[in-house]
Design a protein around this ligand. Sequence first.
Ligand SMILES: Cc1cc2nc3c(=O)[nH]c(=O)nc-3n(C[C@H](O)[C@H](O)[C@H](O)COP(=O)(O)OP(=O)(O)OC[C@H]3O[C@@H](n4cnc5c(N)ncnc54)[C@H](O)[C@@H]3O)c2cc1C
Length: 286
Amino acid sequence: MRARGLWACHLGPELGGQGYGQLRPALLNEVLGGSSWAPTIFGCRAPDSGNAEIPAHFSTPEQQDRYLQPLLDGEVCSTYAMTEPHAGADPLLFTTTARRDGDEWVIDGEKWFATNARFAAFLIVMCVTDPDAQDPHRRMSMLLVPAGTPGVEVVRSVGVGTDRPGEGTHGYLRFTGARVPADALLGEEGQAFVVAQTRLGGGRIHHAMRTIGQVRAAFDMMRERAVSRSTRAGALGSLQMVQEQIADSWIEIEQFRLLVCCAPPGSSTRSRTTSRCARRSRRSRH
Ligand SMILES: Cc1cc2nc3c(=O)[nH]c(=O)nc-3n(C[C@H](O)[C@H](O)[C@H](O)COP(=O)(O)OP(=O)(O)OC[C@H]3O[C@@H](n4cnc5c(N)ncnc54)[C@H](O)[C@@H]3O)c2cc1C
């Protein structure tokens, strides 16, 4: 993929990517979504794709050599630990804390659904560092935590979909007095929301486009079934109701795809082409 110029297309050339902006990787991810292995082979699997952007922007040169480069080379994987057992959609409810103790941060709390936690080389952890800050969006900071740090425990790994019990990859994590050095802070203190947007802005588009790829694969199976399955009345696909269901599915997929392409641009998702797409869609509504 590297030789063909298709490795890590979401990244800029300075990080070994192609500098394609948002739209082209989005269209690429639509194709890749049909295969569970493709994002790994193309160097854009979640959560590593987004996780690379945080140390690239906010870590020290030493941290970049130690963590970012092996991640970009596809040698290690990483974890983004934001969600907590009691709070996901609303980060203002997070309670995991990091307090300064001399030259170190001490982390206490729990994280949930931390993908790849059991084999990641490092974790990016969102922690409350100033619970009393007047602006609630400045209460949290982002910290880089090396795997194996004493006090970091993978309580269990949770599965989704077809994962077998015990074989899931989404970690339930417990931090008990876990200590990391002062320079583990990624970005400024109190800036976790800004740092998070660096990775979530583009990621939400790529995730959604891969979902479309997955749904299209299911749609193709449905169409194949419709022409290969015979009933007493003929092929399944000759029945009007089946045709209607297939047409409805196609319309829903196209609607979803257009909504993703016209998603309100975040700080890093605006591209001239997506804006063009939004303008075209507005014109057609009028
Ligand atoms: C496969 C998978 C991988 C994941 N990987 C990671 C990861 O690597 N790192 C990580 O940190 N997290 C990860 N997550 C967690 C993910 O970020 C959360 O699931 C997500 O933020 C939603 O949180 P929740 O599941 O707690 O939903 P909830 O917060 O319980 O929300 C449930 C529903 O209620 C709605 N809702 C909630 N609150 C409100 C409100 N105030 N107003 C209106 N609607 C509301 C939500 O939109 C949602 O539809 C992963 C999740 C999945 C499924």
